[in-house]
Each structure stands twice: as C-alpha cells, then as structure tokens.
Ligand binder design. Structure first.
Ligand SMILES: [Zn+2]
Length: 117
C-alpha cells in the first residue's frame, strides 16, 4: 500500500492555506493535500480526505452515484421490546422540599442485553 493518497476533495486545491502552496517563485500553485495512510485513518473516510469539508464536497458532488451503490427502497427496522416509561427523581431538593422529576422512554433492542454498567 502506498504511504499516501491525494485528497479526493473536489475543492481541496482551492483552499488558501500555507501548506498547499507549492512550486517555484513566479509559478506557485495551490495543490491538493496528501493524506498519510496510517492506523488512525485506515478504516474511515479520512483515509481519502484531508478534512470533513473535503469529504462533504466529494459526497455532494457524487451523491447520486454514491447512493446508487446501495439504494434504499424500503426502510430498515430494528426489533425492540415494548418501550418503557421510566420516572426519574433528582437528588436535589428545592427549598420548598420538592424534587425535580422527569420521565424518559427506555427503548431496548429485542434480544440484546443492555447491562453494560
Ligand atoms: Zn482535502
């Protein structure tokens, strides 16, 4: 594997930053950044893009082709247990002796044990 790739951002070479300036005096250019290939980016889009902004430019320019790779014609669904309303009470007691309470909805995927604490 090569140690770097050129950033695939469509406008990478248009950004006015010092590190993109290349060439000799009188014939300077703004050049696409190199993206180092390393452990940190090997499993993400940062393998091909120098920034989120470059990734977004590429995705926006190619979105129809990207979506065509895996078209979604039907929604996906995750089976869940019936949601449970859970009432919580704050440890803080107001001067009038009352406590703040709130309710959350607990949603658990069916068949998945969520005991992670
Ligand atoms: Zn870039």
């Amino acid at each position: 594997m090569s140690s770097h790739v050129w950033c695939h951002g469509t406008k990478c070479h248009k950004s006015h930053t010092q590190d993109r300036v290349r060439g000799s005096k009188g014939s300077k250019v703004l050049r696409t950044r190199k993206v180092k290939q390393n452990e940190w980016n090997k499993n993400s889009f940062f393998k091909y893009f120098c920034s989120n902004s470059c990734y977004n430019d590429f995705a926006n320019a190619n979105i129809e082709r990207i979506v065509a790779l895996a078209p979604r014609t039907e929604p996906l669904e995750t089976p869940i247990d019936d949601p449970k309303k859970v009432k919580h009470t704050s440890n803080y007691t107001y001067s009038d002796g009352s406590q703040h309470t709130w309710t959350t909805t607990e949603i658990k995927e069916r068949g998945v044990d969520t005991q992670s604490e």
